[in-house]
Write a protein that binds this ligand. Sequence first.
Ligand code: CMC
Length: 431
Amino acid sequence: MTEYATITLDDGRTMKLPIVKGTEGEKAIDIRALRAETGYITYDPGFGNTGSCRSRITFMDGEKGILRYRGIPIEELARRSSFVETAYLLINGELPTSDELIRTSVKLNDHSLVHEDMNTFYRNFPRASHPMGILSAMVNALRSFYPTLLNTEEEFEQTFLRLISKVRTMAALSYKISLGHNVEYPRPDYTYCTNFLHMMFNSPVRPYKVHRKLVKALNVFWILHADHEQNCSTSVVRSVGSSRANIYASVSAGISALWGPLHGGANQAVISMLENINENGATISQVLRKAKSKKDTFRLMGFGHRVYKTYDPRAKIMKKYCDDVLKKLNINDPLLNIARKLEEAALSDSYFADHNLYPNVDFYSGILLRAMGIPTNMFTVMFAIGRLPGWIAQWREHMTDPEQKITRPRQVYLGYNKRSYVSMEKRGIED
Ligand code: CMC
């Protein structure tokens, strides 16, 4: 039976609004009829109180620190799954059978080359370009190479496998080109993550031996980033898709949104912050003071989250893998020690406790990426590769949801009331 919430407006009118319930007990007030019946809209900058869709993909409980993909806890997926299997789960809704997984891996291999003409684009970006800008442009360009429309299940499957496979190759390619090195092609006998490390680091003069520990760590890194319900970049992917723009354009826009330091770009910003402490003599208490100051726009990077008001469950796993990988590979990264001390100091500071600010996924992820040899300016690209299955799953859900329309919020207008055009002679002359 439908439950209702009743609102009373300032003129005394009341309206009954249906309550929508989720499978985990969340409740939302369905305001779709509000404007038509009352003339009012809701005001919610940043959409912190707005549900934009009904989704079956990812569940988060920010108070309890829970994250599940298609019902399966992130901790279990990190322990037992692979990135490719998790991508399949997110996009198709169920874990694959072994035949389905093999078929997916074969197809990922088939799609793993990048059209040679794309190299021309790559080679013409200025050397100083940020890899996120390049990735966004190149994903958009994929549409020109693969203009197939997504009318059938097969076309959709081919497109999503193509995207997941090629984006990884394109990321490694951009790194090699930035070094001025020859491109390393993917190998058919390597799995998705092994191939990425091979394409990044193998060289004719220094053959790269892929370490099993790093492959597992990379799988976990990408699983942890694979989806996070209606975050900024995913909402952008859905919004762009809502205008019926193609999937490449939608994902390209998502990459741009992810680039920002308040979102995926935070992983790069965390390392700059830790390096600043390590190399430039900044102290932990100075950094915390700066982060707390209302006069300063600086924030403690890798801390805080719109949804999590407790420790980000991804950060817990990331921290464990960081410790583990560095220990097993005998890597002594001074930034890990600084990060641990910074976390401890922040967690015992009343400002961070009062604001419910805890480490998020980006706090330790950069240290893990450094252990793999990934350069800092590629960190957010690593996040983007991981988030791709989520963007694709959410894009598809949006496109097939009969309740969805083109994204088009309203506004409360605060500008001038009607006034007349003033001719140039009457506007006054500036010096
Ligand atoms: N350092 C210092 N103060 C902070 C921080 C921080 N990292 N994060 C939030 N605050 C304060 C903020 O100043 C505000 O204080 P007050 O109420 O006294 O004015 C209060 O906490 C609420 O902040 P908000 O900006 O309204 O919160 P939000 O939900 O809009 O922002 C956030 C979420 C992630 C953008 C923010 O916590 C932040 O900027 N964190 C640092 C950047 C970062 O690590 N981003 C990665 C997020 S996780 C990966 C991803 O999904 O992208």
